[in-house]
Design a protein around this ligand. Structure first.
Ligand SMILES: NC(=O)c1ccc[n+]([C@@H]2O[C@H](COP(=O)([O-])OP(=O)(O)OC[C@H]3O[C@@H](n4cnc5c(N)ncnc54)[C@H](OP(=O)(O)O)[C@@H]3O)[C@@H](O)[C@H]2O)c1
Length: 326
């Protein structure tokens, strides 16, 4: 089968598409024919060995996918050949086939395209977990989404609207701000401009942001916290800008505010029941059409490097997806 193989941690230009043997199936596992894989920020770090946990070499990158069950001896987890699924694993999704346990899978509602499913689970679950379970976002509150045209950012814009909030989207270019608005943002801010906090103050009628969704990090995070509303909640999602900010402790005191960490990777083991409830809420929205997840750009498997480059050069609108088979 064809697979992207990382033999040495390296930039994407040095990673190859290879023909390798089909993965072996062990008892309790299923073979999935992968139709599409989503490329996230973490995948870009993992191939270079820059992520906090390193995948042992060689490995196939790609943590999120959608596909069709191909082999399921003994029907593990009730799955059988022909069923459409979406999945999340530590690695292995950028390949024509992947072998997983049922715990990695979730049934795919009818009518949802593979590209949509492959860009859905990580970002939308992160957004819902953060906004609903961590920040207890209430209808009518105002949220500020940083990096609002990125994968997690645009998911937070959409989920914020579904939860009844007023969404202010911050992004670096006119295209990105327009993209966030097309997906439901009520107002936009160019946070590369020095006066952006004044604009936020104006847009919130002097109140500040009740909730800040922050996948960006760096100096912007500290500036954003300075504009938080009384009893505001600042959600730490990630550090796409590279630098991990340090927050002076007097700021939460003065603002009556909270800094809340969000780690989707720990959700299945720490709070499995919560994950189940959030996934069922998301898939209901997906199945009844209330939530239309954003697929950024779709690339052919041969063009996988371009998908990584687009994301790594701050050029992506939404999540990048690689189409693998029909
Ligand atoms: N905590 C969790 O459970 C969880 C789950 C998923 C992802 N994450 C993390 O969240 C972060 C964002 O992930 P994502 O998938 O949303 O990424 P993404 O699609 O690449 O979006 C990140 C956004 O950050 C902004 N940005 C600012 N400076 C940047 C820089 N130097 N390089 C790249 N982007 C920059 C960009 O928006 P502008 O150009 O508008 O500034 C970009 O749209 C990553 O650190 C990822 O690891 C965490």
């Amino acid at each position: 089968m064809k697979a992207v193989v990382v033999e040495q941690y390296a930039p994407i230009d040095q990673i190859e598409l290879k023909d390798i043997p089909h993965p072996l199936l062990e008892p309790g596992q299923l073979r999935i024919r992968v139709e599409a894989a989503g490329i996230g920020f973490v995948d870009g770090l993992k191939i270079q060995g820059l992520y906090q946990t390193k995948d042992p070499l060689p490995f196939i990158p790609g943590t999120e996918f959608a596909g069709i069950v191909d082999e399921a001896p003994g029907r593990p987890g009730g799955y059988q050949p022909g069923m459409r699924v979406m999945g999340m694993t530590r690695s292995g999704a950028l390949a024509e086939e992947i072998v997983v346990t049922p715990a990695a899978l979730y049934p795919l509602p009818d009518g949802v395209a593979a590209e949509v499913a492959a860009s859905f689970r990580a970002n939308y679950l992160t957004a819902l977990y953060a906004l609903s379970a961590r920040a207890s976002l209430c209808a009518g509150e105002q949220i500020l989404v940083l990096g609002a045209a990125g994968g997690t950012g645009v998911a937070a814009v959409q989920i914020g609207k579904l939860l009844g909030a007023r969404v202010i989207a911050a992004a670096s270019t006119p295209d990105k701000r327009e993209f966030a608005q097309q997906h439901g943002a009520d107002a936009v801010i160019d946070y590369t401009q020095t006066g952006w906090r004044d604009k936020l103050k104006e847009l919130t009628g002097g109140h500040g942001a009740d909730v800040i969704f922050d996948p960006v990090g760096g100096e912007i995070s500290v500036q954003a916290f300075r504009s938080i509303a009384w009893r505001g909640r600042h959600l730490v999602i990630g550090f796409a800008a590279g630098a991990i900010p340090a927050l002076p402790f007097n700021l939460p005191l003065l603002k009556g505010g909270a800094l809340l960490g969000v780690d989707l990777a720990q959700l299945p083991t720490r709070e499995p029941e919560l994950q189940k409830r959030l996934m069922s809420e998301l898939t209901n929205w997906l199945a009844n059409g209330e939530l239309k997840p954003v697929v950024g750009r779709v690339f052919a498997l041969e063009d996988f490097r371009e998908a990584f480059r687009t994301m790594q050069t701050r050029g992506a609108l939404g999540k990048m997806v690689v189409r693998i088979s029909r």
